[in-house]
Ligand binder design. Structure first.
Ligand code: SAM
Length: 238
């Protein structure tokens, strides 16, 4: 059943008019009046809806049932992701949603290529659209939280996770697996890597160095591999 994010409150038996961008999206699918669709608004539920009006410019629906969605991981993963080339960062945003990351914070590391501050709003909107589309596809009914980019120092100082890890190919360190863990933070570097001073500062603030094998991974590969391993050790991949 096609599934769409709509930023509106839903009540069973009520009728709603879909916003224009969702109307355009549904038009592409060429659905029929007899079809049903699934809607979610980020409150952790899916809402099954039937069409009342299905026209090119107007779609009205009746909400006919509500279903609790329980596919969030028991592990809260906070991904501190250094900003990298935009197509690669987009990939990380999409994969983070699929892999069950709770919160993504873009980070300006020393070697980050900065974008102009007037571009921030459009970047945030772009990433938000990726989050919505990946949530529609993956079945998540709670949107991954996205914060505005933080400077490296701010990102590492304001973090209260019980386990904090900095991915670094040059600082040997294995993950010590403990049985119960409900939250973890993963810090991933930019294409040029972290400076030694950044790694040292992160270590001072409780980030343990974690090395993934002996090859240098692209930043986006490291993010996906790190999150996947956290889900496998402590989350819902076991
Ligand atoms: N030339 C850079 C360097 O030597 O640090 C390479 C950086 S790598 C392309 C980008 C980021 O991915 C790194 O800063 C680190 O966070 C992560 N990374 C890549 N390979 C890794 C590995 N084998 N173990 C842990 N982290 C890794």
């Amino acid at each position: 059943m096609p599934r769409f994010y709509v930023d509106l409150p839903f009540v069973v038996d009520s009728e709603i008019n879909l916003p224009d961008e969702v109307v355009r999206h549904i038009n592409v699918l060429r659905l029929r009046l007899s079809d049903q669709i699934s809607l979610f608004n980020g409150d952790g539920h899916d809402y099954i809806a039937e069409f009342i009006v299905l026209e090119r410019r107007k779609i009205s629906l009746r909400i006919i049932s509500i279903k609790l969605v329980q596919n969030e991981s028991k592990l809260d993963i906070i991904l501190l992701m250094s900003i990298i080339a935009s197509d690669k960062f987009d990939l990380v945003v999409q994969k983070a949603v699929e892999l069950g990351v709770t919160k993504l914070i873009p980070v300006y590391a020393q070697n980050t290529q900065r974008f102009k501050s007037d571009k921030l709003a459009s970047r945030m909107e772009h990433w938000r659209r990726i989050i919505i589309s990946a949530s529609e596809q993956s079945g998540r009914a709670i949107l991954m939280e996205l914060l505005e980019p933080l400077e490296f120092d701010q990102a590492i100082k304001n973090n209260s996770s019980p386990v904090k890890l900095i991915l670094s190919p040059h600082h040997a360190g294995n993950l010590v697996v403990s049985d119960v863990l409900d939250s973890a933070t993963l810090l991933v570097g930019p294409e040029g890597g972290f400076s030694p001073a950044e790694v040292e500062l992160a270590n001072q603030y409780g980030f343990e160095s974690w090395q993934l094998g002996f090859r240098i991974l692209r930043a986006e590969t490291a993010a996906v591999a790190g999150v996947t391993l956290l889900q496998a050790y402590f989350g819902d991949f076991a």
